[in-house]
Design a protein around this ligand. Structure first.
Ligand SMILES: [Zn+2]
Length: 189
């Protein structure tokens, strides 16, 4: 079987591993529906933004057992997101490399999941690699995207240090008010 017969949307993962085959591609972000929901559209034309990915298969011999099928997946993408501090657009760079081992079925995955350091996937002759790529991208997104340094001054947002300082200021302000009141009383005829 030549590597040209492998399709990323219907991948025979065991054959892919046994052939030590390789696949790579480019997907526009707008085609990844689940991911696209989280993206910042105003500034970025999602149709022009792409994720680049490379996959390779590996068959690992096991003494006294069936060979293991592995999939190594790398991805690179620049993801447009909205900063939750200043609400401007920002770019989140993703560069990941993951290895997955295929197991026979869900039961085997559950049985081995606790002991395995690698991620386990259920083997299939029609494995959707594109779905895995989207899963990985969604998981690589920050929970709360924020700029390291926002490009514009942020209004109505106190840093925790400023908040602390404001709390400490309060008693002083009240004390000052108290002093003012007593001064006013004294000033009254
Ligand atoms: Zn920001």
């Amino acid at each position: 079987m030549s590597s040209t017969t492998f399709r990323p949307d219907r991948l025979d993962v065991r054959a892919f591993a046994q052939n030590a085959a390789q696949l790579s591609g480019e997907i526009t972000l707008s085609k990844l529906e689940r991911l696209a929901q989280d993206l910042y559209r105003q500034e970025a034309d999602l149709a022009l933004k792409t994720v680049n990915w490379q996959a390779s298969g590996e068959s690992v011999a096991v003494t006294g057992g069936a060979a293991q099928s592995w999939l190594h997946l790398s991805m690179q993408a620049q993801i447009p997101l909205q900063c939750q501090r200043c609400l401007q657009g920002m770019t989140h760079s993703i560069e990941t490399e993951h290895s997955f081992r295929f197991v026979k079925d869900e039961a085997e995955a559950n049985a081995q999941d606790d002991d395995a350091e690698e991620d386990l996937l259920v083997a299939s002759k029609q494995f959707n690699l594109l779905e895995l790529i989207e899963d990985e991208l969604v998981m690589a997104l920050p929970f709360v995207p924020v700029h390291e340094v926002c490009p514009v001054p942020v209004k109505l947002q106190a840093s925790s240090e400023e908040y602390e300082a404001a709390l400490n200021e309060k008693p002083k302000a009240f004390a000052a008010l108290g002093e003012l009141k007593s001064v006013l009383k004294k000033a009254k005829p």
